[in-house]
Design a protein around this ligand. Structure first.
Ligand code: DX5
Ligand code: ZN
Length: 223
């Protein structure tokens, strides 16, 4: 799985959508190799955000930089949307295990489309939920807030949960974390076994997003 980029993944949920291309390019130029893209449907989570047409609009710049587009589907029945995001240029598609009884089907559809599958567990979902999926995915994402909004506080029990997940997953998949990640919380995630760190408001909400990206990246390595 050496092709999976590790490190900090800026979440464009906290970007300025009126100048989304510029906000994405800023972080690609700073060295980000994963751009995290949050899709919400107003059902699985209360808000509605952005969909495949917006993914398609930013995918060329992401790929031109040698980076990947990491699509996090916070939608009911994610298997119904796999094809649209594949066509839009998604590289990794992450499905919430809580969102469908057909999670294995969704994972298979992503793999068969030639893209990288991942599964996501909410804070209330035990790590054992991925036991029978881990051999079929590249990434397991552990939510460190309840999904739905940027800017929430990192749940303090998260590092212990990440460690339990790492014990279960081993080297069979890469662990990603998402929610409340900043320079103060990323180190504990890394020490617990996470290797991909989604950060939204801590980057795009900062006065200097590039400096914030660098600071969080350093804290992931040394913090
Ligand atoms: C939340 C989303 C996150 C969000 C994280 O439901 O899945 O990706 O952008 O935002 P921060 O980093 O501000 O917690
Ligand atoms: Zn996300």
């Amino acid at each position: 799985m050496s092709e999976i980029p590790r490190g900090v993944a800026p979440s464009i949920l906290s970007a300025n959508f009126a100048r989304l291309g510029d906000d994405v390019q800023l972080l690609l130029d700073a060295g980000a190799r994963t751009i995290h893209f949050d899709v919400m449907d107003g059902h699985f989570v209360p808000p509605i955000t952005i969909g495949a047409d917006v993914a398609k609009a930013i995918a060329p710049a992401v790929h031109a930089a040698g980076a990947i587009l990491d699509v996090h589907l916070m939608v009911e029945r994610p298997e119904r949307h796999v094809e649209a995001f594949v066509e839009a240029g998604a590289d990794r598609i992450l499905c919430q295990v809580e969102a469908t009884p057909n999670i294995a089907f969704a994972v298979k559809a992503i793999r068969e489309a030639g893209r990288s599958p991942g599964v996501v567990i909410n804070p209330g979902t035990p790590v054992e939920a991925v036991t029978d999926l881990v051999d079929d995915v590249d990434v397991v994402l552990c939510m460190t807030v309840n999904p739905g909004w940027g800017g929430q506080r990192f749940l303090p029990g998260s590092p212990a949960k990440i460690a339990r997940l790492k014990a279960l997953v081993g080297d069979r998949a890469v662990i990603e974390v998402d929610g409340g990640v900043d320079a103060g919380t990323v180190g504990a995630c890394a020490r617990a076994g996470a290797e991909i760190f989604v950060a939204g408001s801590a980057i795009y909400g900062a006065a200097d997003p590039v400096a914030a990206f660098r600071e969080i990246s350093e804290a992931a390595l040394y913090g």
